[in-house]
Design a binder for this molecule. Structure first.
Ligand SMILES: Nc1ncnc2c1ncn2[C@@H]1O[C@H](COP(=O)(O)OP(=O)(O)OP(=O)(O)O)[C@@H](O)[C@H]1O
Length: 302
């Protein structure tokens, strides 16, 4: 049974429709990413799922409850990290965790959570004195302290450095492993590819695609691969020979570097040819199409 179902979701601001009939099913225990360009309606959509924002039309069920009608009951089951979370300037990190813990029947261990999010040393620091990354990590901690069954995380790792981002991904994978359903709004394709079981692409308030990351990549890039290597010898002659191979789509010569694109068994075809011709390929690198590549092929700036 889906943890979240939305049908015909609509929202307008001052007569301008920004969510225009969205249908969604998020399965229990999956990480579901919401992607799309700036202003597509991602935040408005997830805010309606959590009841933070009221819908103008459509139906929503989160764990069998309606966020507009059953907000109090749902607040015990859903953890929300929204963009630009604000707390009173003087509130200390430890006080915020204690306050939010007190809202829930069975909160997690606040100390352990702060430790995992590298905030233990900032426990006594007031909100106003936190760095951007610390505020971000505190927002994640506050979303998770109530041991939610559903976590809605908007721009989870925006503002975090690469190490903190990776650690946060570990935390979110762990949540899924413990059965939590996660809805994740993100602009980082690498994050969606790494974490998401499925994703929805939203453009201009409508769902364009719902797929797995691998399915979307395969669909949009047709399994395109790129191989780069340096060649000792006549690069132009080698390029001509490579162009004649099956599965090779293009060969570009950039100085002594060859860039070959293709599909199917192109890697095998190229490496076998190099060996047969007695050539040496140095610094050989293979690039498989990523979610970033898939999104760029649609012209989206998500
Ligand atoms: N409170 C509001 N009042 C008026 N317009 C709003 C309000 N909140 C959002 N909008 C507008 O609704 C549209 C959708 O905004 P939303 O924040 O849902 O998009 P988004 O996909 O999350 O964008 P981003 O990736 O930039 O966060 C935008 O054009 C935005 O300017």
């Amino acid at each position: 049974m889906p943890a979240i179902t939305a049908r015909g979701l609509r929202k307008s601001y001052s007569g301008r429709t920004v969510v225009d009939g969205i249908d969604l099913d998020v399965e229990e225990g999956e990480i579901f990413a919401v992607l799309g360009p700036n202003g597509a309606g991602k935040t408005t959509t997830v805010e309606m799922l959590t009841g933070v924002r009221h819908r103008d039309g459509g139906e929503i069920s989160v764990l069998g409850l309606d966020p507009d009608r059953d907000g109090d009951r749902l607040s015990h089951l859903v953890g929300v990290q929204l963009q630009d979370s604000q707390l009173p300037d003087k509130m200390r990190v430890g006080e915020a965790i204690e306050l939010f813990s007190s809202f829930y029947r069975d909160p997690v261990d606040g100390d352990e959570l702060l430790e995992r999010l590298h905030l233990a040393e900032a426990r006594k620091r007031p909100f106003a004195a936190l760095s951007g990354g610390q505020k971000q990590r505190l927002a994640i901690a506050l979303a998770l302290v109530g041991r939610p069954r559903v976590a809605v995380l908007d721009e989870l790792t925006t503002g975090l450095d690469p190490k903190a981002r990776r650690e946060t991904w570990g935390l979110i994978s762990g949540l899924r492993d413990s059965g939590v359903t996660v809805v994740l709004v993100t602009h980082f394709m690498e994050e969606a590819e790494y974490l998401a079981d499925r994703l929805a692409l939203i453009e201009a308030g409508r769902i364009v695609t719902v797929d797995t990351p691998a399915g979307l990549i395969a669909d949009r890039t047709a399994g395109r691969q790129e191989i780069r290597f340096r060649l000792d010898g006549d690069a132009d002659a080698a390029a001509d020979a490579l162009r004649a191979l099956p599965d090779v789509h293009s060969v570009a010569v950039q100085g002594t570097t060859l860039v070959v694109t293709g599909t199917g068994d192109v890697i095998l075809a190229v490496t076998a040819h190099i060996a047969r011709a007695g050539l040496t390929a140095r610094d050989l690198r293979v690039h498989q199409a990523t979610l970033d590549d898939a999104m760029l092929t649609t012209g989206s700036d998500a």
